[in-house]
Design a protein around this ligand. Sequence first.
Ligand SMILES: [Mg+2]
Length: 128
Amino acid sequence: MTVSVLIVDDQAPFRLAARAVVEATSGFDVVGEVETGEASLDAARELQPDLVLMDVNLPGISGLEATQRILAAGDGTAPVVIVLSTYEAAEYQPRAEEVGASGYITKSEFSPARLEEVWAAATRGTAA
Ligand SMILES: [Mg+2]
């Protein structure tokens, strides 16, 4: 099974970097990229990704708000959301968990190994 990934980030260099990490991770494929939280709501509905990599700081609604809305739209097909931020985990991790995100990765630590690790933790116990 290939894990389809939607990347949400307002900064093009980070989208490129995130795409490179995802493509370098065996079994993961990028299916879309968007720049705003609003756009992520439409993209999540249209593309039905398995995983959303969500930036926190976005123009318009925040990544946390977008996460909450994507998960609330749940008709059983809601993706796993992992929040990515430049901020240290201590700052946003609790809030990310509060809105239902399955994981949190600091951007400077984002790598295939971290992605696999957080994905495994997020989907543990489910028939993936
Ligand atoms: Mg940002």
